[in-house]
Design a protein around this ligand. Sequence first.
Ligand code: SF4
Ligand code: SF4
Length: 547
Amino acid sequence: MAKGPTPTELLTGLSYKPPEKGWMDVKPDFRPGTYCNPAAPKWMEWLSYPFPDKRSIPDNEWALPENWKEIVLEGMEDRLKRFRSLKVFFDICVRCGACADKCHFFLGTGDPKNMPVLRAELLRSVYRRYFKKIGRVLGEIAGARDLTEDVIKEWFFYLYQCTICRRCSLFCPYGIDMAEMTLLGRELLASIGLNIDWALASVGQCYDKGSHIGATPQAFKDMVDFLAEENERITGINTMPPINRKGAEILFVMPSGDYFADPGTFTMMGYMLLFKYLDLDYTLSTYAAEGGNFGWFVSHEMGKRLNAKIYHEAQRLGVKWILGGECGHMWRVCNQYMSTWWGPVDFLEKPVSPITGTHFENASVHKMVHISEFTADLIHHGKLNLDPQRNAHIKMTFHDSCNTARGMGILEEPRYIINNVLPEGNFIEMPPNTIREKAFCCGSSSGINANENMELRMQGGFPRANAVRFVHDKYGVNHLGCICALDRATLPTLLQYWVPEVEVTGITELVGNALIFPDELERTTDLRDRDLVGFGELAEEAGEEEE
Ligand code: SF4
Ligand code: SF4
């Protein structure tokens, strides 16, 4: 973090002491480092979002439209009709508090409004006031409050301090889904012109150029060429992938983070090596060059607009099914929303692995298979010749990404792969209450991985980093693995702050390291150009130890 508190200062300032005033009387503290910048008008205009304007949070220039209150209440009424779940979630909470200490933002900030139960109450109190008789009559006594500009400011602050990770829902006896409420609350904010810049700029870039990072099709092709050259330099294998090839069996879609920035690029190199090894009949696409979907962080409608490209491209290219890379929210969207948005995907076939013949029954509706499912199946059928010693310099723990783990149940596949590509004993789990379904979020997902809210991100990511710190200190773990591109973008910053000794890696990168091609060059480095054990500096170190 360029400016802002050091880790020690952040922890020293952390307190869980309840505030002296009631929650309705405490206003959010818009301190630099703790909130996201409002969206620039240019992106709002580009995406046809209402009420584009220059807004400045510190200057208190929110530029709300005149009839903002009417718009929000009508929007809430509309969503209460369309999303039965919202009404149920508003009505059934019994304030048991089981969720209270389960949110990483509460644990990292100590702010009671980051307790999921209270975050929901920010919205629920307005619902009670305008849509429930008891709230209309008894007001504050019934937990109801008027919708005011201060309430809107509070929503903006706290709904962008929720990464829609759903950890709290896991502990709620009623399964109340805070993520759904946050998303619908964000939609209401957007209806009066309040969006955050980082998310909307990414959506706008995706809409405009084809990927969140604004890479054009030509830039995508250049990056892929470069990574293929890197693979060839290190392994001697030509992994240049086909692009926009009609009639391929499989369309492979990856998040743009995997071809744009380290360490995602090493995962991309791993995909390309794996597919070359299998001689897979696949293609990449310059049109569907973004599997990620920041649109979903903004609204259901925008999520659908961005997602459209994947199916359209699969149809245009005439593939049989879709294989997807290591991404989290891409999978939440594809697995849980895509077939509802688009209906039956009749033009694709139920995915069958051409190498093992496995029928992926779990993908029979949306016709997309996750690379971890695909690779675990290959290893299970003995189709990969792997040398785990090539990853002997890596002692790793695994971060379950919220969307793949809690959202899709992909828990065993990455672990199975890891255990087959690392030497025995090199995989260490973090404490049980921080992994699998109970995994702590990276603290920067759902479109809030901006730079201006870095203090908040480091606070929200603290529980995750703390568990990494534990296995680093106790077992010498030096890598944190994950199967999500957003995690590969956010975790390096988080670990640099809290546990700088640990690096972040994708899992297919490790597969690429371990794969033995019959005609490859002798491998002396991994895909990051680091010496393998027994070569270069690591060989010298081993020699010195023996002496
Ligand atoms: S960030 Fe996660 S745990 Fe916290 S309120 Fe949101 S969904 Fe729940
Ligand atoms: S655990 Fe569920 S019922 Fe209990 S306070 Fe939290 S949201 Fe309400």
